[in-house]
Design a protein. Structure first.
Length: 277
DNA sequence: CACGAGACCTGTTCGC
DNA sequence: TGCGAACAGGTCTCGT
């Protein structure tokens, strides 16, 4: 489910609810959800921590605590949300953090919880002192100032990889997923199988612009919501190629094709996106 | 180094 | 209607 825009949307929504509250206790309902440390250590270390900030790096939700950093990766089906009031855990809840009650005089003493729900159990949570332990190997943040056309061009030249798998590689660029990669390549009129070192300066410029534009549009529309996973986004109504097999390309009207590249469904306009040219 | 296949999981949709 | 196959927003690890 969640790529950069969806994770950004979730982090923005959680921030005002979480900052300033403290964690009372943790309830781990699926042990493999915890990547590090051990369950015992995790529960001991997180209890009493105050939430200082909530942000995002790549596809990780980053929750800064008084002495630790909590990272959550939603992978394919994860979601993070606030649940108020005492209720039984949901079917796919994997981790529940009890928070100090809201100070509001109208809802005095009401239980507030941060719930990590994850149907497919691929999601992971880390509690560390040093953030580098989790996010140290990531490539540039695509919407940051360090990510320039020149950086993209040089990095593309320095390897010989198919464009799509390279853009999905989080060590190359952090935050792109299957949807936004297909959309960006289409916008830049580049074929997903084109070799990275075959891309010229103009094409790198177009790709840089497309990546930023597509991600910003995704954020503006609060992400994309397909089927039962993740709700609230609107970007699915504006896909140009993703999930649009056999439907017309919005640019030229040619039927969109679906390929499989690196075991991922990949959508292209066979007319707009050609390997040579 | 680049790339493909298999794992990890559950749920929904598709094809016969 | 039933039932197995294919597929899903991600990433890791192994073998070639």
């Amino acid at each position: 489910m969640p790529e950069l825009p969806e994770v950004e949307t979730i982090a923005r929504k959680l921030r005002p609810e979480l900052v300033g509250k403290s964690i009372i206790k943790a309830d781990l309902l699926w042990s493999r959800t915890l990547a590090t440390p051990t369950s015992t250590k995790f529960k001991r270390q997180i209890a009493g921590q105050e939430i200082k900030a909530v942000g995002r790096r790549a596809k990780y939700v980053h929750i800064q605590l008084s002495e630790y950093h909590l990272f959550v990766h939603l992978r394919m089906s994860g979601d993070l949300y606030i649940k108020k009031g005492k209720t039984a855990p949901g079917k796919h809840d994997r981790l529940i953090l009890d928070l100090t009650p809201s100070p509001s005089p109208f809802r005095r003493g009401e239980t507030t919880r941060l719930v990590f729900n994850d149907t497919r159990k691929f999601g992971r949570v880390w509690l560390v002192r040093d953030p580098e332990e989790v996010i140290g190997g990531l490539g540039p943040e695509p919407l940051s100032d360090e990510f320039t056309t020149a950086v993209l061009y040089e990095n593309l030249q320095s390897r010989h990889r198919q464009l799509k798998p390279l853009l999905l590689d989080q060590a190359f660029l952090a935050g792109m997923g299957n949807i936004y990669t297909d959309e960006a390549l289409h916008m830049a009129r580049l074929h997903p199988l084109a070799a990275s070192d075959s891309v010229n300066r103009e094409q790198a410029q177009a790709l840089w612009e497309a990546i930023r534009e597509v991600l910003k549009e995704g954020i503006r529309r609060s992400g994309a919501s397909i089927d039962w996973v993740y709700r609230g986004g609107e970007f699915q109504n504006y896909f140009r190629v993703y999930d649009r097999k056999d439907q017309p390309c919005p640019v030229c009207g040619t039927a969109i094709k679906r390929l499989v590249i690196g075991q991922r469904g990949t959508h292209v306009c066979p007319n707009c996106q050609r390997i040579r040219s």
